[in-house]
Design a protein around this ligand. Structure first.
Ligand code: PEP
Ligand code: MN
Length: 349
């Protein structure tokens, strides 16, 4: 960390700053420039942001800059092998194969979820998605079937052998959601719900953490740190687009975050072009692009009858289009393997 002192700082001010830093048991390395003094600070990284705030209250300090990244457990420094989340029965996220999670936005009925499960399984998906507790913008919109929806998902798993992923919204629903699901989804709206993140950090259940709609990469990774530093290291990240000034798409799909996060972190990254675009015609092209930039998998919404879906029909693929998307992303994924060696994928370490 470095502290830049103001041009106007007197010798007395500089001595005071140095005294504060030493008083907190950090090493001080002042560099006297022609116009300004810069103070290098060495010591315990965990206590640096506290010291930073203290220094920022001092009148002689212009700015304080943290040099090293705040990520610990999510970073390649902590672990040099890529994280592979193993769900059993050969289903993995972050391994050599692209993993597809597909299904409706919400579980609506037995017929709907079982039919969709069969369709996505036949197309090559390994994980069935479906919301039972839905975070809806309006309290008047369909809120999900709750535990009944989870039971229906479990039935669809029985019938197809697919693994399941569903959203957990509240601490009070941890037990019921964990009873049924293979992966807990933390949605964009809860990415900064730190009490929820701490609570799922104590569980022995894989988690997929979606990026908040206004979250920086740093905030996203720090939310993953909350889960990991409570003990749960089976974390998958999911880019689902961020809010921008654009009105033509529901969100702006930030494809560059995928390789960027992979450079910073060993955690697998899934792309969700359904929420990322909000429009079914854009889902397949953006899924192709996400695979091309190196996503470890894709999550898409699929509905047998999008027109009558209880949520997110406009961004749901019909079965036929889902199959086309699968053919295309498989082809892209296979072609990537021919020039992107595994070594290159982890060369960022
Ligand atoms: C979802 O996946 O159904 C969902 C609500 O997504 P997000 O949290 O990304 O909005
Ligand atoms: Mn949805």
């Amino acid at each position: 960390m470095i502290a830049v002192l103001k041009r106007s700082a007197s010798q007395e001010d500089k001595d005071q700053v140095i005294e504060v830093i030493r008083g907190e048991n950090f090493e001080v390395h002042p560099i006297q420039g022609v116009e300004k003094t810069v103070v290098g600070v060495l010591g315990d990284p965990a206590r640096k942001s506290n010291l930073k705030e203290k220094l920022e209250t001092m009148g002689a300090v212009e700015k304080v800059v943290l040099i090293s990244d705040p990520y610990k457990l999510t970073s390649w420094n902590f672990k040099q092998q890529k994280t592979v989340v193993d769900l059993g029965d050969g289903v993995k996220v972050g391994g050599d194969e692209l993993t597809v999670m597909a299904g409706p936005c919400s579980v609506e009925s037995r017929e709907q979820i079982v039919e969709t499960a069969k369709i996505v399984k036949a197309g090559g998906a390994k994980i069935l998605r479906g919301g039972a507790f839905k975070p809806r913008t309006s309290p008047y919109s369909f809120q999900g079937l709750g535990e009944e929806g989870l039971k229906l998902m479990a039935e669809a798993r029985e019938e197809t052998g697919l693994k399941i992923i569903t959203e957990l919204m509240d601490i009070e629903h941890i037990d019921v959601v964990c009873k049924y699901t293979d992966i807990i989804q933390i949605g964009a709206r809860n990415m900064k719900n730190y009490s929820l993140l701490k609570a799922i950090g104590k569980l022995d259940k894989p988690v997929m953490l979606k990026r908040g709609m206004a979250a920086t990469i740093k905030e996203w990774l720090l939310s993953a740190e909350y889960i990991m530093n409570n003990g749960n290291h089976n974390v998958i990240l999911c880019e689902r687009g961020v809010r921008t000034f654009g009105e033509e798409t529901r969100n702006t799909m930030d494809l560059s975050s995928i390789p960027l996060v992979q450079q910073l972190s060993h955690l697998p990254v899934i792309a969700d072009p359904s929420h990322g675009t909000g429009r079914w015609e854009l889902v397949t092209p953006v899924a192709r692009a996400a695979v091309a930039v190196g996503a470890d998998g894709i999550m898409v919404e699929v509905h047998p009858d999008p027109q009558n879906a209880l949520s997110d029909g406009p961004q749901s693929l019909k079965p036929k289009n889902f199959n086309l998307m699968m053919d295309e992303i498989k082809a892209i994924s296979n072609s990537l393997q021919s020039f992107e060696s595994k070594e290159r994928k982890i060369a960022y370490a």
